[in-house]
Every structure is written in structure tokens, then in C-alpha cells.
Design a protein around this ligand. Structure first.
Ligand code: FE2
Length: 380
């Protein structure tokens, strides 16, 4: 999809308040296209503590794809793989590797959501359609966003089945415990050079979002690499989409590295919230999840920057959890290494203690950590 036809954005004209015409009730599910959904599902259960929820495949009459639905708290992941050589899903995987295809949004009226957003300039991905089974009806529709990523609007008020019509309950004898992940806090999109404002404009104009915070490359830069980021939020604040673009640095930006390996714009990270980040990250480490290394010197001065916190510093330091503060409180966060072989998608674990921001004060410390990783891959 092309965005060049959209008018350049005058940032001063963005209304400070989001116009909640849809409205969005929350993230319904995130669907990844993957090379082997069975093994990915095993990974997300074993390593991340997701629970088996639903399944669609040959046994349910699905001919060209297999999908596993996993759940933890309010977070629903769908892992989909093609079953035939002809499936267009193959092309997505060939180009991008495993990655997010669908960010599905839960709405009261999927028909109206499609009509309103396409009227405002969104490119249609799927016209409104009703699917049903013995448990009721779901209406869904979809629009394109950055790269080959799409938003699907899900209207499920007349449905009480396990996930969507066409899926059956997934019964498994293997059910590793949850690690305490509750909901998706935000999802970040990486877009190409000069494209950030186009997509900020898209979320403002087409989706009625407002811009929360703006960073510039002076905020988020290290000696070598830089990025620019703006955070878009819907009116009720349940959906937050930071949009990053690379900025010029002495060496390759991590956003540029993502764009190169993903072969275009896409979802960079999914930030998931927990009520106890020390317990959650301890469990994740035990299960084999790899996190970015943070130099222990970070902890020598962090309390001077963020002030008093409820947690002991020692376990935070041991796990590499970062701390940041804004006017409203503080937050604790940590980033996994990419969860796929290409240096593309990763997860963030976040615990908010009042703060509504995204860890701006940690960016420098974090990017220096990322650069050490890039250096080891020879892509800095
Ligand atoms: Fe984040």
C-alpha cells in the first residue's frame, strides 16, 4: 500500500483531543503469520506462559491455513501458517519472516468502523462480512495500515463462542502456567525514512487518534544511532501506537536495521503489562526468554534520576529491568531480544506505577545496549 498520496502533515493542526468516532474497546487479537504455527505455539506457551484457547485447521474444515489461538490475561495471540504452496501467506513469510499481520481491534460496530475509516481515506482490506456458527455471529471488516500490516475490526456482541466462528476449543494436556501478563499496553510500528508523519496523520485523520508525546532525534539518540518517535492514542487510551522512523546517526539506526530485515514497515514490539514485573521476568528468564543486557553501571545513578521507588534495586539490577519517571509516577520496563531469527519483532514487559509515558529516560541506556547487540551481528 502506498501512502505518498496523503498530504504532508502540519503537526500544529493535530487536535489535542482524540475524536473517538469508532470507538475502540481494546485490542481484540494480534495475528502473526509464521512458518510453523505448531512450534511457535509451543514456544509462546512454554516460554511466555500463554494458554491454549482455540484452533482452526484441517480438522475444522480450514483447507489452506492452520491457526492456534493463545491467551494470557486479556492478550490474545493468533499464530497462523499456510498449508499449501499457493497460499498468499507464504509470500508474507518469504518477505518478512515471522511477523505481525493483523492488529485486530474490538469495536461495537464493524460495519460503521469500516465505513467511517474508508470514508476518511483508509484503504479497504476486507469489506464488512458476517460469519456465524452455533454460538452466534461476528461481524468483521478490515483496513490496511503501515507496510503489509492490517487492522481488522471485530464486532462480537452477538457471539459467545470460544474465539471466532470456524474455531474449536483447543484442548491440550500441556498447560504451562501463566507468567502474569495482563494486557497489551502499546504496540509499536516501525516505518521507513520520512514516513512517521504520514502514519501519525493516518491515525489522526482516519482513526481519530491524538498524539500523546513527541520525541525528536535529540531525545532518542546515542553517539551512533537515532530514531524519531510519536505516540498516537485513541480517545479512551486503550489503544496506543507509537510510530518510529529512523533518524540519521553515525551508524545504522536499529529502526533501519528492522526495516532492512523485515523488508518494509511493520510491528516492532508488543508491550505487555504485568502487576509484578520482578515475578514475571524471573519466570520468563527461567523459561528461556532472552532479554537485552543492560550495563550494571546503569543502576549506579538510576535512583538519582527517578527518585524513590517501592522495589528493591537489587532484583531489578539482577534482571536488567529499567526504571523511568514522569510527572504522574514511574514505570518499570524491560525488552526481550528479537523472538524471531531476523532482528525484527520483540516484546517489552512493562509495569506502570502511575507513569503514562514510555520510558524516554531509558532510551539512551537501552539503545546503547541494542548497539552492542547490533555490533555482534555486524550491522551497526
Ligand atoms: Fe515500548
Amino acid at each position: 500500500m502506498e501512502t505518498t498520496s496523503q498530504s504532508p502533515l502540519n503537526l500544529e493542526k493535530i487536535v489535542p483531543e482524540a475524536e473517538d468516532f469508532l470507538p475502540l474497546n481494546g485490542t481484540d487479537y494480534v495475528e502473526l503469520f509464521v512458518g510453523n504455527a505448531k512450534q511457535s505455539a509451543h514456544f509462546y506457551k512454554t516460554a511466555f506462559g500463554f494458554q491454549s484457547e482455540a484452533y482452526a485447521g484441517l480438522e475444522t474444515g480450514e483447507k489452506d491455513r492452520t491457526s492456534y489461538v493463545l491467551r494470557q490475561g486479556k492478550i490474545r495471540l493468533v499464530l497462523t501458517t499456510p498449508m499449501t504452496a499457493e497460499s498468499p501467506i507464504n509470500e508474507h513469510i518469504r518477505k518478512h519472516g515471522d511477523g505481525v499481520k493483523v492488529v485486530a481491534l474490538w469495536v461495537d460496530d464493524a460495519t460503521k468502523s469500516w465505513e467511517e475509516t474508508t470514508k476518511r481515506g483508509a484503504k479497504s482490506f476486507m469489506e464488512p462480512e458476517t460469519i456465524e456458527d452455533a454460538h452466534g455471529k461476528v461481524v468483521r471488516s478490515g483496513i490496511h495500515t503501515y507496510g503489509e500490516t492490517v487492522h481488522i475490526f471485530i464486532e462480537r456482541k452477538n457471539y459467545n463462542g470460544i474465539f471466532l466462528p470456524g474455531y474449536k476449543k483447543w484442548e491440550s494436556h500441556y498447560n504451562p502456567e501463566s507468567v502474569g501478563l495482563k494486557y497489551i499496553d502499546h504496540m509499536v510500528g516501525n516505518v521507513g525514512w520520512g514516513q512517521m508523519n504520514t502514519w501519525v496523520d493516518f491515525y489522526a485523520r482516519v482513526m481519530g487518534f491524538a498524539q500523546l508525546i513527541s520525541f525528536d532525534d535529540k531525545d532518542i539518540s546515542t553517539e551512533y544511532t537515532a530514531l524519531m518517535s510519536k505516540v498516537m492514542s485513541n480517545g479512551n487510551g486503550r489503544i496506543k501506537f507509537p510510530i518510529n522512523e529512523p533518524a540519521e546517526g553515525k551508524k545504522k539506526s536499529q529502526i533501519e536495521e528492522y526495516i532492512d530485515f523485515y523488508d518494509g514497515a511493520g510491528v516492532q514490539h508488543i508491550a505487555v503489562a504485568t502487576d509484578n514485573i520482578i515475578e514475571t521476568v524471573t519466570a520468563l528468564v527461567k523459561r528461556g526468554v532472552e532479554f537485552l543486557y543492560v550495563p550494571s553501571t546503569y543502576y549506579d545513578t538510576v535512583l538519582d534520576r527517578v527518585g524513590e521507588i517501592d522495589e528493591d534495586l537489587e532484583p531489578l539490577k539482577e534482571l536488567g529491568i529499567l526504571i523511568d519517571r514522569d510527572d504522574e509516577g514511574y514505570l518499570l520496563q524491560i525488552f526481550t531480544k528479537p523472538v524471531v531469527d531476523r532482528p525484527t519483532m520483540f516484546f517489552e514487559i512493562i509495569q506502570r506505577k502511575g507513569a503514562q509515558s514510555f520510558g524516554k529516560g531509558n532510551f539512551k541506556a537501552l539503545f546503547e545496549a541494542i548497539e552492542r547487540e547490533q555490533e555482534s551481528r555486524g550491522t551497526l
